[in-house]
Write a protein that binds this ligand. Structure first.
Ligand SMILES: N=c1c2ncn([C@@H]3O[C@H](COP(=O)(O)OP(=O)(O)OP(=O)(O)O)[C@@H](O)[C@H]3O)c2ncn1[C@@H]1O[C@H](COP(=O)(O)O)[C@@H](O)[C@H]1O
Length: 108
């Protein structure tokens, strides 16, 4: 079933797999390699998503977007940042235009 719960389930799976055997778990393998590697993978997936958006079909964009979200979730897990904190930040922003928010930023 696909829903907002999908990311919550993935968060729980990632937490459960982080300390697993790196030979059998990709999440464990990434965590064993450390934060720098996780961040690098996230950057690669972001680039691949951009390339898919600009040069590939919708199926490729969906696949790369899933890779991107998955690796973001691994990064948040490695940093101990709950998904609910990110969702709360999006909720806080809800209804505020990005144009208005940017215009209200203090000028330096
Ligand atoms: N959603 C995913 C998911 N999406 C992508 N990937 C893996 O992410 C890896 C990245 O693929 P790439 O081709 O970009 O990278 P790569 O081939 O490893 O390339 P290099 O970095 O080695 O050069 C692949 O091994 C994918 O299988 C995922 N691996 C796991 N999950 C979820 O995490 C759960 C736990 O996985 P394990 O930790 O492996 O048990 C799974 O049940 C899934 O729910």
């Amino acid at each position: 079933m696909s829903s907002p719960d999908t990311l919550a389930r993935l968060e729980a799976t990632i937490a459960a797999r982080s300390g697993a055997d790196p030979d059998s778990s990709y999440v464990a393998r990434l965590n064993a390699k450390g934060l720098r590697k996780i961040a690098q993978k996230l950057g690669e997936e972001a680039t691949e998503t951009v390339i898919a958006a600009l040069t590939e079909d919708e199926k490729a964009l969906v696949g790369e977007s899933a890779d991107l979200l998955f690796h973001l979730m691994v990064l948040l897990g490695a940093k101990g940042v709950p998904l609910s904190d990110v969702m709360a930040e999006l909720d806080r922003r809800e209804g505020t235009s990005g144009i208005a928010e940017k215009a209200a930023r203090p000028k330096d």
